[in-house]
Design a protein around this ligand. Sequence first.
Ligand SMILES: [Zn+2]
Length: 350
Amino acid sequence: MASQTDPTWEQRWHPLREEWVLFTAHRGGRPWIGELKSPDAATVPAYDPTCALCPGNARLHGVNPPYTGTFWFPNDLPCFGPNAPSAADVCDLYRRRPAGGTAEVVCYHPDHGKTMADLTTDEVRAVVDLWTERSRELGTRPEVAHVLIFENKGSAVGTSNPHPHCQIYAGGLVYGHTAREVESSRRHFARTGEFLGQAILARELAGPRVIAANDSFVACVPWFARYAYEVLVLPRRQVSSLADLDSTERHDLAAMLREVAIRYDNLWRMPMPYVMAIHQAPTDGGDYAAFPFHVEFHPPLRTPDTLKYLAGPEIGGGSMTNESNPDEKAAELRAAAGPHYKTVAPGTRS
Ligand SMILES: [Zn+2]
């Protein structure tokens, strides 16, 4: 049973990306037993006059209204443009195409000092509803092949502004991981007649890596995790995009995202940095009935002060090495249940 509990010198197949992940838990050190950071170590004000996302503040192009709930606006420096020029290919090897489309910013809340973990479920629900509305609208545009929603949280992933927000990229590019998941889910369905997302869900529900679950969604550290504290949020039924979720499921997704965010913060009693990505089917008119809608959280930290560096094997070689055991990391996150540490008086949490 050693291979079940101690993935040492083991490669595991990542069924969504169809690639191998190398597990070297014997090199990752022990679980963090160091000093926990003070809950009040970093206090962020509710309003920052220099923040481009706070209500009433000026941005590069425009002024934010005095919004009280969610708020979205077109990114002032978008990576896709509505008037992208079309150019002839240089040759059949050096090809090019216009980067048409748009990019938007979604503010979760007017309070500069909050994160998803600090919001109520109803407040996160409003964010999920806005994501759904924007995805639907952007997906109907002829120049948009894919709507990618992601949140970069924390300076460790390059975000200097703590204001709770995410970004929406909607252009002619189907992002690489989604493109691979389109192919992997199609191949799996053709081979087995089952949906890949549901097949992964069944295996995770039968294993020790589920960290939280509700009527519509399950959160787990997947068996094939690429990062130590990676979390996969899977729907309990086959859906391919946000637009497929009914009202109850949108509520349950909001509750699950908040749940994951709280557990991350409670883990080390500090705001956990992460990249969150919502993987939904392309919107280019293809048949994506088998595409597995899901949300991925990729935290870059292995301990409170140790980053997972992407170096030779990852950048140079193109394959991930995970120095941890997903079963153990899931147990740590299971033990980090709410309430959020900031709402609990010091000394009262066991
Ligand atoms: Zn702000």
